[in-house]
Write a protein that binds this ligand. Structure first.
Ligand code: ADP
Ligand code: MG
Length: 415
């Protein structure tokens, strides 16, 4: 695995995010019982894990601990069981898949806390792995109940948080536990925070961001934070419609957030005041209805979207310009698809951005659930520097907000 020197990154303006967090490398783990919060919130169908990306992402930390003779207690949530046991969200399929990948036994218990768990934790030998039941079966988890955090703390000598995808939540297993045990980051957490933190705090320039997706309202925080940091901001997807409407363009039946027009204007003004190049589509792929097999054609934004039609992708001229801008970038962050990429006739804009990023000689980061799905669907995931495993968490990180799961960890002492 690549190593990143984010511990040397100090950025006083970067949302107060403490970048100097201790990791598993900074503590003695041999013979210790280690409570590791992972994000094994994977899709499960008919008792089988259908995408094990998140499990694999936690392997470097798990293997590191096993290799050094730690006694590993893994804990994760899965789905939204709302504080009580629900058979649909048990972690047995996860335990089986983890066993396959690790090539060694993983003991799974059917509770997240309590006597059965305590006994299993006590029986662990050096290098053993135990997986607890879904932490969200416990009503105290999402309430960040100190009693639950203390019960977990009693099982272990050390707390490792490797659940970047849950780091924006202040729950008992993601943040609360850090009050009762020495708390350090795992390698996935280190990598996520390191690459994104370095890009935001000390980017190689030109630094471009591509922001898309359905709504401006979902990404106001990201737009505001990035406008002050990037050299170029490229906007596409449904949210571009709201900006175009704010400039007086005709959008027909397109998704436009009328209540965000003032916000859109304010963001445009801020970009112009800061000298940030703000690129909006110059043409659009429009459809006569919101469907995969709709009739479609290309219009310029001057012509506008015909009455009754909707813009579902950026047009070819826009894609060409965005490619050109990205070709010269040294750092690119992408969040949000350029169109309704789920439907082939409206995927070209998203594909163009993904290909342009794949060709960038520099740092390329993709965050956001649907953008990541798009890049994977297009087979370009391997060509990016970093694909974030956390949708909501990466969004909050890009907003420059402090993530409770990161803030709770110990600062690293100078060696
Ligand atoms: P991410 O998960 O990457 O952060 P979002 O959730 O913000 O992205 O947005 C993704 C969704 O936006 C996709 O489902 C996509 O179909 C939709 N979308 C993109 N462009 C448009 C558009 N022009 N009109 C309507 N929906 C769009
Ligand atoms: Mg999404």
């Amino acid at each position: 695995m690549e190593t990143f020197s984010f511990f040397r990154v100090r950025d006083p303006v970067f949302g107060g995010m403490a970048m100097e967090k201790a990791t598993v490398r900074d503590v003695e783990v041999r013979g210790k019982r280690v409570f590791v919060r992972v994000d094994f919130n994977v899709p499960v169908e008919e008792g089988r894990v259908t995408d094990d990306t998140r499990i694999r992402a936690a392997l470097p930390t798990i293997r590191y601990l096993i290799d050094r003779g730690a006694r590993v207690i893994l804990a994760s949530h899965l789905g939204r069981p709302k504080g009580r046991a629900d058979d649909r969200y048990r972690l047995d399929p996860v335990a089986r898949r983890l066993e396959e990948i690790l090539g060694r036994p993983v003991r799974k218990v059917d509770a997240a806390v309590g006597p059965e768990v305590e006994k299993a934790a006590e029986e662990l030998k050096d290098g053993d792995v135990l997986l607890l039941e879904n932490v969200r079966f416990e009503p105290g988890e999402e309430k960040n109940d100190p009693a639950l955090a203390q019960a977990w703390a009693k099982l272990a000598d050390l707390y490792v948080n490797d659940a970047f995808g849950s780091a924006h939540r202040a729950h008992a297993s993601t943040a609360g536990l850090a009050r009762y045990l020495p708390a350090v980051a795992g390698f996935l957490m280190e990598r996520e925070i390191g690459i994104m933190g370095r890009a935001l705090a000390r980017p190689e320039r030109p630094f471009a961001a591509v922001i898309g997706g359905a709504k401006v309202s979902d990404k106001i925080g990201v737009l505001r934070n990035l406008i002050d940091r990037v050299d170029r901001l490229l906007v596409g997807g449904g949210m571009a419609n709201t900006f175009l409407a704010a400039q007086g363009r005709r959008l027909g039946n397109s998704l436009v957030e009328r209540d965000q027009l003032d916000t859109a204007r304010e963001i445009l003004e801020r970009a112009s005041a800061r000298g940030t190049a703000f690129a909006l589509p110059v043409d659009l792929v429009v459809a006569d209805r919101f469907a995969a097999d709709a009739q479609s054609r290309v219009v310029t934004v001057e012509e506008g979207v015909p009455e009754g039609w909707a813009a579902l992708d950026i047009g070819p001229e826009t894609a060409r310009r965005y490619r050109e801008i990205l070709a010269g970038a040294k750092t690119v962050i992408w969040n949000g698809p350029m169109g309704v990429f789920e439907w082939a006739p409206f995927a070209a804009g998203t594909l163009a951005v993904a290909e342009a990023m794949a060709a960038v000689e520099g740092t390329t980061i993709v965050g956001g659930g649907d953008s990541v799905a798009a890049v994977e669907q297009m087979g370009l995931a391997d060509r990016m520097t970093h694909i974030s495993t956390g949708g909501g968490a990466s969004l909050e990180f890009l907003e420059g907000r402090e993530l409770p799961g990161v803030a709770a960890l110990m600062d690293r002492k100078e060696r």
